[in-house]
Write a protein that binds this ligand. Structure first.
Ligand code: TMP
Ligand code: ASP
Length: 238
């Protein structure tokens, strides 16, 4: 599909969004920047944007093949993705299989412990508030969505994405520890999976060594950040 990059409409921590000649389509450019802890920690890794674009492309295609509706249209450059324009729902949907990160800090669950069932959490997408954990009633009071049914749909899609990706990455000898999803509403009112799915927004551990192959290498100063992202892409394509 032909699309021309017009003026920038938004710059986030990991991507820049551009308008196109089509009102219903945007171009998402994946950045090399890395941030953590609500952007208190900043860095950059040359080539990360290209890796994330390739990884996200493969994952969106896999999800679409499995019946998950996403904003993905086409990858039109090495770091450029053509996407449907959506109104982002201000909720970060976090899906967890194994305890780590903020879950262990908040509740004292042991690091690395497999959860008895898949946990889905909602965080309010608000940098000034530090993206706080919220429940359904908070989400309704904050008018993140119109109805409890919409929250149930986010949970349902989150679990479906987990089912597909967990099985896929298991075959690549990777544990899908947890991940964050964002959703948007298109012009018809349909909820679409949006944003990105990359090692910036997921945690992957090698099944045998438990080596971290995601942004935790940057968060925790473990080194070899780019190598980890390259390894994820290599295994996805294997
Ligand atoms: P957490 O353990 O820090 O809450 O992170 C859970 C998952 O969500 C993890 O895979 C990283 C991802 N995540 C983001 O993509 N963006 C964020 O701002 C945060 C806090 C987490
Ligand atoms: N992406 C978030 C930030 O930059 C936090 C994180 O992923 O750890 O602040």
């Amino acid at each position: 599909m032909q699309a021309t990059q017009k003026e920038m409409m938004y710059e986030g921590k990991g991507k820049k969004l551009y308008k196109t000649e089509d009102n219903g389509l945007i171009i998402s450019q994946f950045k090399d920047d890395l941030t953590a802890f609500n952007a208190e920690k900043k860095g950059s890794e040359q080539g990360k944007g290209i890796l994330n674009c390739k990884i996200s492309t493969e994952i969106f295609k896999l999800l679409e093949k499995n019946g998950v509706k996403t904003h993905y249209v086409e990858t039109i450059g090495e770091d450029l993705m053509l996407c449907k324009l959506v109104q982002i729902i201000p909720i970060e949907v976090v899906v967890r299989n194994v305890a780590t990160g903020s879950l262990t800090k908040r509740l004292g669950i042991k690091e690395g412990e497999s959860l008895p069932f898949t946990l889905v959490e909602f965080y309010y997408k608000d940098d000034a508030l530090g993206d706080p954990l919220i429940n359904d009633e908070h989400a309704l009071i904050l008018k993140c969505v119109q109805s409890i049914e919409a929250l149930d749909e986010l949970r349902k899609i989150g679990r479906k994405v987990n089912e597909v990706l967990r099985e896929f990455f298991d075959k690549k000898n990777l544990i899908l520890v947890d991940f964050k999803l964002e959703f948007g509403v298109d012009s018809t009112g349909a909820i679409l999976l949006a944003d990105e799915i990359t090692p910036d927004s997921c945690r992957f551990w090698d099944k045998n060594t438990k080596e971290k192959l995601d942004k935790d290498r940057f968060r925790q100063d473990l080194g070899n950040v780019k190598m980890a992202y390259e390894e994820i892409l290599k295994r996805i394509l294997s």
